[in-house]
Design a protein around this ligand. Structure first.
Ligand code: V47
Length: 368
């Protein structure tokens, strides 16, 4: 029989995790080697218990969600990132471009967030995006506009010579409230060289987020995992995010994005649920200065995302509707979830659902 040691409420099969647990309880910051242990161990229930303990310290029994809509204005993109099934060339049969009216028609007053991310379009001028934000803000003053990855902001510079300081301040003046965390992928030169030829660099992604934070624009951050990256590279990524947050303090949430195998097939199959759950827990434990960790149901599926709520995540993201990036890569989750379904998933995980806006202002607590 395997020896199981019980320490302060957690049963450990892997005793090498005990010093990590002691640090977590003492509130000491975990190092790279601690984080690696969390990802490498097969004792994932113990890792989950630690992540959940930390989550409760940060956000008690609450789990947040938002009534939102993902708007991907175009899939036409000048890049050819090796992992992306979404991007198309102009003239491809399934390339599309949404008009501002199309976008306005897809929203309604009940929503509290619109998440706008699209391809790097070869000819759409910056003003088109500025007008899009202005039009949404004018028609739906109560919907928070979360839009444009750092990669898109950098593209406005590369394509139109509008530097990030200018594009961010113009978008903010137009009504932008916050920025999503996409485009970070993995902060590793090796991975960038292999998967993202021509895409904005990691240091540029960090620079743009820090600039946004300095201008009072809150942002999210992500990691795209489960492809060719190593556990060491995932940990390097966590530590860079933590250092960035120490300096500029504007990250609201971290979203681990599970690579969707789709047609790009960088690896033959999705990383297993045990890896997803350990990554959520490791994120909660390593990113001690980032308030929220999402369990992103679109990429994880509802079952694993719901388990993530007991592994350190305190946010299920949103109702979404018409998400196209993960679904282009054959994500088998539905395109959207109704508010009642979000509430049920959170209740079923034994947590208290809290509806929020993009900035985590609480709108309604569903505590019965
Ligand atoms: O940056 C592209 C990723 C991201 C694939 O900030 C893929 O609240 C998996 O960033 N498999 C966009 N991922 C999504 C994103 C996001 C999602 C939800 C919430 C927030 C937030 C941000 O999707 C891209 C890229 O990393 N992506 N292709 C793929 N095959």
């Amino acid at each position: 029989m395997e020896r199981v040691l019980s320490v302060d409420g957690i049963q450990f099969q892997d005793e090498t995790l005990i010093p990590v647990w002691e640090k977590v309880q003492a509130g000491d910051r975990l190092g790279h080697a601690d984080g690696l242990k969390l990802l490498q161990t097969s004792d994932f229930p113990a890792v989950g218990k630690m992540g959940d303990w930390k989550k409760k310290q940060v956000s008690d029994n609450k789990v947040y969600f938002v009534l939102n809509r993902h708007v991907n204005p175009t899939n036409i993109c000048v890049l050819s990132c090796t992992f992306c099934d979404f991007a198309k060339n102009p003239g491809d049969p399934d390339a599309y471009e949404l008009s501002i009216d199309d976008i306005l028609d897809s929203l309604d007053e009940d929503m509290h967030e619109v998440h706008i991310v699209g391809g790097h379009h070869p000819t759409w001028p910056f003003e088109y995006y500025e007008d899009m934000v202005k039009a949404i803000a004018a028609k739906y003053p109560t919907i928070d506009i979360k839009g444009f990855t750092a990669a898109e902001i950098d593209y406005f510079w590369r394509r139109w010579k509008i530097d990030p300081e200018e594009s961010l301040s113009r978008l903010k003046a137009a009504g932008l409230k916050s920025m999503p965390g996409g485009g970070a992928e993995v902060f590793s030169e090796r991975v960038h060289a292999e998967l993202l030829p021509g895409k904005s660099s990691s240091s540029r992604w960090i620079e743009i987020h820090q600039m946004a934070h300095g201008m009072g624009i809150k942002t999210n951050c992500t990691l795209l995992y489960g492809h060719i990256e190593t556990f060491e590279e995932r940990m390097d990524h966590f530590i860079k995010l933590r250092e960035t947050q120490d300096e500029s303090g504007g990250f609201l949430a971290f979203i681990p994005l599970q690579y969707q195998v789709g047609f790009t097939k960088l690896v033959p199959r999705h990383t297993p649920p045990m890896d997803d759950l350990k990554t959520i827990a490791a994120a909660r434990l390593m990113l001690d200065n980032i308030p929220h960790i999402k369990s992103y149901w679109v990429m994880l599926g509802e079952g694993v995302a719901s388990l993530g709520l007991n592994f350190g995540a305190d946010d299920l993201d949103g109702t979404i509707g018409k998400e196209r990036i993960a679904h282009a890569a054959q994500a088998d989750s539905p395109a959207g979830l109704a508010r009642q379904k979000m509430i049920r998933l959170i209740h079923d995980a034994g947590r208290v659902p809290v509806e929020r806006d993009a900035l985590y202002n609480e709108i309604k607590i569903y505590d019965n």
